[in-house]
Design a protein around this ligand. Structure first.
Ligand SMILES: Cc1cc2nc3c(=O)[nH]c(=O)nc-3n(C[C@H](O)[C@H](O)[C@H](O)COP(=O)(O)OP(=O)(O)OC[C@H]3O[C@@H](n4cnc5c(N)ncnc54)[C@H](O)[C@@H]3O)c2cc1C
Length: 501
């Protein structure tokens, strides 16, 4: 393997792949003057992107306009958003959809041949582009297909970033570990793009995949980059209740199509909490469900989709219907679906500017791992796929700036030593003390317990990848608790019973 690249991208979700495709469009790349390597932990499609259901938000309908999408985004984000970024992303959205379509992504159309746009919670208009209820897969497959045959792009699957050092300004030395061959290598690069996704593995129950251990945040923090608002965690109100860590998501679009939330007495309850009912922003719906669960001393509530036309279910939600049959033997056309709120999305992350640059020169963060200012204190549904592709595009001028200054330093970046951290324990503490409803005392206790875990564990004799990841989970959990303790006001998804707001 070549050991020096202009740009290394870590991650093969929408953020990593679209950055790669925009780089491929540049003159520099076409002239053979840009060397790029993309690494990813598992197969190319082991990402959260692959599992996105609802879709991607972009203004298109005749009734809709940028101002409405901007207003909805700011409203969901409790006005903690960066309004310049909100406007920049939302105005770019229609042309980003053109790019996705150019790369082969297909979106559903109606009988008239127009794009069939759906409406989701917090959106005042129908503007969600989707492919049935598997939009993420449709995008992921198209992007993978687009780069598959490009011999000029170097891709390493089953390869994880396990150590990084900044050797000089814009020179990064990386240690990589290949899980399949159990081998280790060093490479260096001028620009490093962290597109590592979310941190769902910090919690007991999440919609995120195994890969979502918060690696980008861990590495950026170790390099000294600013991290912000990682305690702004969005919980999805409707994870399928079935036990186990990875919860199957029941998309918001089902509520958009008319599904109702019912308590154990089969009574609708959202009217008690918000006038927007089932389509209120996710933090409100999640807290309302938790309140009902507490009132009824039960483990879950129900989502009732039986009132939705069967044709609509079969046309728009075939995967959800099949998954519910497969997992719980329920037919959503006739049966109630047991649901609970589960960890879903990290609104904060590595602080970046409008070009996706972190506070460390040459270090970029794109996608869920980044904190761009788009989401503020809460992400509006379907704005995250949009954010990832938007910042992939915005980053290009800075990413290709002053490349070809080939790092010529000999590198020797060691594998980190690993320790046997109890990951399940971290997840228990986080879900108990840093979940949907927090308190000052609980956060302080979580900090103490995590510190204890950090101090008491055995060193491994050899590098152990699972333990390596568990240590990241622990260190990112500690950062999250610190951020939560520093919050002085409740905003958006952040709710501490001891604070106002
Ligand atoms: C079930 C579900 C449904 C969703 N539905 C929607 C939706 O409808 N609309 C919407 O806008 N958003 C949705 N989201 C959120 C959205 O899917 C994610 O925010 C987005 O896909 C993140 O893309 P990404 O490229 O940043 O990260 P990911 O797609 O998660 O990709 C992360 C990549 O980084 C790699 N990686 C991580 N650490 C390392 C490392 N150390 N070394 C090497 N590689 C590494 C992983 O292997 C993976 O390839 C949903 C999320 C989930 C989980």
């Amino acid at each position: 393997m070549k050991d020096s690249f202009d740009i290394v991208i870590v991650g093969s979700g929408i953020a990593g792949l679209s950055t790669l495709l925009y780089l491929r469009d540049t003159e520099l790349f076409k002239q053979g003057e840009l060397s790029i390597c993309l690494i990813t932990k598992g197969d190319m499609n082991e990402t959260n992107t692959h599992w996105a259901q609802g879709g991607i938000a972009a203004v298109k309908g005749v009734q809709d306009n940028f101002e409405k999408h901007i207003a909805d985004t700011l409203n969901a984000g409790a006005y903690e958003n960066n309004s310049f970024i909100v406007e920049k992303v939302i105005k770019a959205a229609p042309s980003l959809m053109d790019d996705l379509i150019r790369w082969g992504a297909k979106f559903d159309k109606n009988k008239e041949g127009q794009f069939d746009l759906a409406q989701e919670g917090g959106h005042s208009e129908a503007r969600i582009w989707h492919k049935e209820d598997q939009t993420g897969k449709a995008i992921q497959d198209a992007l993978i297909n687009e780069i598959k045959n490009d011999a000029h792009i170097f891709i390493q699957e089953h390869t994880s970033l396990v150590n990084v050092e900044q050797l000089a300004e814009s020179v990064f030395g990386l240690a990589l570990f290949n899980k399949k061959t159990n081998s280790f290598s060093n490479i260096n690069c001028g620009k490093l793009v962290l597109a590592t996704g979310g941190l769902g593995m910090l919690y007991q129950t999440t919609t995120n995949q195994q890969i979502a251990t918060g690696d980008g945040i861990y590495f950026a923090n170790r390099l000294g980059a600013a991290i912000e608002n990682i305690s702004y965690i969005q919980f999805h109100p409707t994870g399928l209740y079935e036990g186990g860590q990875i919860a199957y998501l029941i998309t918001e679009a089902l509520r958009g199509a008319g599904a109702k939330l019912l308590n154990q007495n089969r009574e609708a309850f959202m009217h008690k909490y918000d006038a927007r009912l089932e389509l209120a922003p996710r933090d409100i719906v999640s807290r309302s469900i938790m309140k009902e669960i507490e009132l009824q001393e039960n483990l879950y509530v129900y989502l009732d989709a039986t009132n939705i036309d069967k044709q609509v279910i079969n046309a728009h939600f075939p995967t959800i219907k099949n998954e519910c049959i497969k997992r719980l033997g329920l037919n959503i056309e006739n049966d109630l679906i047991p649901v609970i709120p589960v960890q879903h999305y990290a609104c904060g992350g590595i602080k970046v500017n409008e070009f996706g640059e972190s506070t460390i020169k040459g270090l970029f963060a794109i996608g869920e791992v980044a904190s761009t200012g788009l989401h503020g204190a809460n992400r509006l549904a379907s704005n995250s796929l949009l954010e990832a592709i938007a910042f992939a595009k915005f980053s290009i001028p800075r990413l290709i700036e002053k490349v070809n200054v080939k790092p010529s330093i000999n590198i020797d970046i060691k594998l980190p030593t690993t320790r046997n951290i109890n990951r399940t324990q971290v997840q228990d503490y986080m879900s108990h003390y840093a979940g949907i409803v927090k308190s000052n005392q609980g956060l302080i206790r979580a900090g103490e317990l995590l510190n204890e875990l950090d101090l008491h564990n055995e060193m491994d004799l050899a590098f152990d990848f699972h333990h390596f990841e568990s240590n990241i989970v622990l260190q990112v959990a500690k950062l999250l608790i610190k951020d939560a303790i520093n919050k002085k006001e409740n905003k958006g998804v952040f709710y501490n019973t001891d604070l106002v707001g």
